[in-house]
Design a protein around this ligand. Structure first.
Ligand code: COA
Ligand code: MG
Length: 288
């Protein structure tokens, strides 16, 4: 599993210079600079130029900068990849992945542009085929170590399948869980889909929390207003930190160092819980 903090991934149109400037000060862990759906067909070149300029200028600090290009079967793909010869984003996000072959061809095309420079690969999982083939798609990490993970495209999943997103995403859940299992089985991260109604704070908080419960690494966002709540939802809560401390302390107490299972507050706690507790404290930046 990756240890980088990837709680919040904010999309911004590659045309929007103000948003790309603002990205340098926002508390998002990842910035997804978009050349695809948020850019009209007649403005693709303008967006390539302005995103290359913003990424080239840098100043993004700890934030991972990922360029979302157009899909491989579009007329924009090759020109989008040329942006990689003009600047060095941390990664590239490729839409409409349907099969392991799609990952291999994208990876080869990106390599042709970046040479030996390390460039992460991220995959949009947003079609019914991507769900059905997710295990084989994730397995490509064995051949393409640059592969970091999936970004779920819930809007497109709904569009291509007819599944309606309402009811707390009830009907999408089996697909989301299949994507989580495939990603985690191969040590990949998985970033949940966006919540479109950025003025509905309560709704966003609920969906972000649910995303974490599903096992998502983080969530993709469309507006800066969603960042703080997202980081909170994907960070350990006070109660979780307290609980983790208790478990770590209990295992390090005299006489417990060589025990496999102990009792904390009347509950059975095993060494796997100790591992989980330690990872909770590490994620929360707590020393123990
Ligand atoms: N990233 C960075 N900054 C953003 C931003 C984003 N995604 N969305 C808005 N902002 C900035 C605005 O520039 C503005 O900054 P300012 O006050 O310094 O001028 C501030 O946040 C408030 O913006 P607001 O007026 O509330 O939003 P808007 O009406 O300008 O834009 C959207 C609304 C939805 C068009 C815009 O948020 C957006 O483009 N989101 C991303 C869309 C996208 O990339 N979609 C593709 C993937 S689904
Ligand atoms: Mg999409």
């Amino acid at each position: 599993m990756n240890s980088r903090l990837r709680r919040s991934a904010l999309y911004m149109p590659g045309l929007n210079k103000r948003a790309m400037d603002k990205g340098r000060t926002l508390d998002a862990d990842m910035l997804l600079i978009d050349l695809e759906d948020s850019v009209a067909p007649n403005r693709k070149q303008e967006a390539r130029d302005s995103s290359a300029a913003a990424i080239g200028k840098g100043g993004y600090g700890r934030r991972e900068v990922v360029l979302r290009v157009n899909a491989q079967d579009t007329p924009y793909w090759q020109d989008d990849l040329d942006v990689l010869t003009k600047c060095t984003p941390d990664g590239v996000l490729v839409p409409k992945i349907n099969s392991p072959e799609d990952v291999l061809s994208a990876s080869t095309a990106i390599r042709d542009r970046v040479g030996r420079r390390e460039t992460d690969l991220w995959l949009m999982m947003e079609t019914p085929s991507s769900v059905l083939n997710s295990r084989e798609i994730a397995a490509v990490v064995g051949r393409v170590p640059a592969l970091q993970g999936f970004v779920v495209g819930t809007n497109d999943l709904g569009k291509d399948s007819g599944v309606l997103p309402g009811h707390e995403r009830l009907h999408l859940l089996p697909w989301l869980m299949q994507l989580v299992a495939s990603a985690k089985a191969f040590g990949l991260d998985i970033i949940d889909g966006v919540f479109n109604d950025f003025s509905d704070e309560k709704g966003f908080e609920r969906e972000a929390r649910r995303g974490r419960e599903l096992g998502m690494t983080g969530k993709s966002l469309i507006h800066p207003r969603q960042i703080a709540a997202c980081n909170k939802a994907f960070s350990p809560s006070k109660e979780e930190i307290q609980e983790a401390r208790k478990i770590v302390e209990a295992f390090s107490a005299k006489g417990s160092a060589d025990k496999g299972v102990i009792v904390v507050d009347g509950r059975m706690v095993e060494r796997l819980h100790l591992e989980l507790a330690e990872s909770t404290l590490a994620r929360a930046g707590v020393e123990w």
